[in-house]
Ligand binder design. Structure first.
Ligand SMILES: [Ca+2]
Length: 228
């Protein structure tokens, strides 16, 4: 009897140890919901009269589920310098992309010219990114085209380039065919799971929307941890 009990305890210890190993480097205790602050919704409900192509994610009338990220992540894009493919934006200025104001107001966004354009944020040091959230324009129903998001080690995007989102299903922006969904803009912004992608520079492309040929950026957040 005593021998049997000893064996059971020993087996239990082994099973627990194997369980811990199987979880990997991040356990549930290391995660917490991303502490997002959302802007005021500029409209409610979902559109009923817009035709949805097969590449557009049907809009949801439910709040987004909390996103679990490593404890201690910060918006490492906050207040950081923004550059762009468009040297003379039509409306607003580039610092509005990271100024923390993501309300659907006329003074919250920069608006770039037509066709494919990008904004780029210098995070000032390499970071492991877990979630990138972009608000293009949540003032009215619309779907942005060719949303492509990349991280890289250098400002020219030649070193260690990683694409974390690409909805350019017909390669009209020339960066390759993407298989991510197009989606309706709303006050929640689009949360992109960056899966720990590392880089110092973050670049976001777009090619107008179903509402406007222009490219509006209200805010971009990049939640991550510095890489030493
Ligand atoms: Ca802003």
């Amino acid at each position: 009897m005593l021998t049997m009990m000893k064996t059971t305890v020993k087996q239990t210890v082994l099973i627990v140890a194997a369980g811990v190993l199987a979880v990997g480097t991040l356990s549930a205790a290391d995660l917490e919901p991303l502490p997002l602050k959302l802007p005021i919704p500029a409209f409610m409900g979902t559109p009923t009269d817009m035709e949805l192509g097969p590449n557009v994610e049907p809009p949801s009338d439910k709040p987004r589920a909390p996103f679990m990220a490593p404890k201690g992540v910060q918006n490492v894009a906050a207040g950081k310098k923004v550059t762009s493919s468009d040297k003379s934006p039509i409306t607003g200025s580039l610092e509005l992309v990271t100024d923390g104001d993501k309300e659907a107001n006329d003074d919250s966004f920069v608006e770039l010219h037509r066709r494919t354009q990008w904004v780029q944020i210098d995070l000032e040091q390499k970071a492991a990114l877990y979630a990138v959230i972009v608000w293009h324009a949540h003032n009215t129903y619309q779907v942005y085209r060719d949303v492509i998001v990349q991280v890289a080690d250098d400002p020219d995007f030649t070193q260690n380039v990683k694409t974390i989102y690409n909805s350019d299903y017909d390669n009209s922006s020339g960066l390759g065919i993407g298989t991510d969904k197009e989606y309706f803009e709303n006050y929640e912004g689009r949360l992109i799971d960056a899966k720990g992608a590392e880089g110092r520079y973050l670049r976001l492309y777009s090619r107008g929307s179903t509402y406007s040929a222009l490219n509006r950026y209200t805010e971009v957040e990049a939640w991550g941890l510095p890489v030493k």
